[in-house]
Design a protein around this ligand. Structure first.
Ligand code: BTN
Length: 324
């Protein structure tokens, strides 16, 4: 972010802190910039969609913020120490996971978030595509460098599902469910998918990129997913503030991550089980090599799903798709 952007952010913060008019002169004195610079930044903010009233004698007053995932909007709701303190914003990108991986290669700090209004090649699990239209959802990826062994990385995905579920509870009051391993559902339909990618050696993780796709204000979906997908707006009946929800999820993410690093997987597992929709139910799991039917008993200490088939044999599922 350049110097000018930092000043624009300061002006915005000042306008947000004040319900009354602020004159160009007051802003210029408070922030130590010229009145012309103030005027230019105000114009930029207006082109970004901020509704700013200007009155000749009185000055400027902020009347509304745009429905965008601008870093300043997300940061307004953040109470984290390092997650989301650096946000890379895009109107359009192929995949936020892809961008985040490129940034992680360039040593961007832990906690950096890449966010986009739309993705042209959004990626889902198991090589699928992820529907990511402009301005409806939260398409974001987080860069972390957890000091854990590579085989433990899937635990971060379960942790993320818990954080998203908690964020949804905090922002909507609805109780979501988690379908193993990490689909977040509301009323039985998917509102969020998570795709975790990492770069690691046999014994060390270089970075993990956690991608989250949350359907927030979608009102309809492509034919292929119409039966299985939903959005927070569809389920609550009201339009939601995406930046606030993104902040809330990042707050919950940091809290869960800190607990995981200090106490291990147990608190994540408890959190996950609190939202689990599969456990104790008959399921059919499609893995790379077979389809297993049986009762979903539990997840184990590594987050793998334990399914008991009709013969009593317990299958430990590492990756696959569960149908209820
Ligand atoms: C799934 O298949 O359920 C996982 C979907 C993950 C989608 C998110 S959107 C942000 C990030 N960027 C991507 O390309 N994918 C993830």
């Amino acid at each position: 972010m350049g110097l000018t952007d930092a000043m624009k952010e300061k002006i915005l913060r000042l306008l947000k802190s004040e319900d009354q008019y602020l004159s160009g002169e007051e802003i210029s004195n408070l922030l130590g910039v010229s009145r012309t610079a103030v005027w230019k930044h105000i114009n930029t903010l207006k082109t970004e969609g901020y509704v700013i009233e200007s009155q000749t004698k009185l000055g400027y007053r902020l009347l509304g913020a745009p429905d965008r995932l601008y870093p300043e909007e997300i940061k307004d709701g953040l109470n984290t120490e390092y997650i989301g303190r650096n946000i890379d914003y895009h109107e359009a990108v192929d995949s936020t996971n892809q961008t985040a991986k490129e940034m992680a290669e360039r040593e961007f700090a832990e906690g950096t978030v890449v966010v986009a209004e739309m993705q042209t090649a959004g990626k889902g699990r198991l090589g699928r595509k992820w529907n990511s239209p402009f301005g409806t959802g939260i398409w974001m990826s987080l860069i972390v460098r957890p000091p854990i062994a590579p085989p433990d990385a899937p635990k971060i995905t379960l942790l993320t599902a818990v954080a998203v579920a908690e964020g949804i509870v905090h922002e909507t009051g609805m109780k979501p469910g988690i379908k193993w391993p990490n689909d977040v559902l509301v009323n039985g339909k998917k509102v969020c998918g998570i795709l975790t990618e990492m770069k690691a050696d046999m014994d060390r993780i270089h970075y993990v990129v956690v991608g989250m796709g949350i359907n927030v204000n979608d009102q309809n979906f492509p034919e292929e997913i119409r039966e299985t997908a939903t959005s927070l707006q569809i389920e609550t009946g009201s339009r939601m503030n995406r930046a606030r929800i993104a902040a809330s999820i990042l707050n919950d993410w940091e809290k869960n991550y800190q607990n995981f690093l200090s106490q291990g997987f147990a608190p994540v597992k408890d959190g996950w089980k609190n939202y689990a929709v599969n456990l104790g139910k008959e399921v059919s799991v499609t893995t790379f090599k077979e389809t297993i039917s049986g009762r979903a008993m539990d997840i184990d200490e590594d987050g793998m799903l334990l399914v008991k088939d009709a013969t009593g044999k317990i299958h430990r599922i590492v990756a696959g798709d569960v149908s209820l």
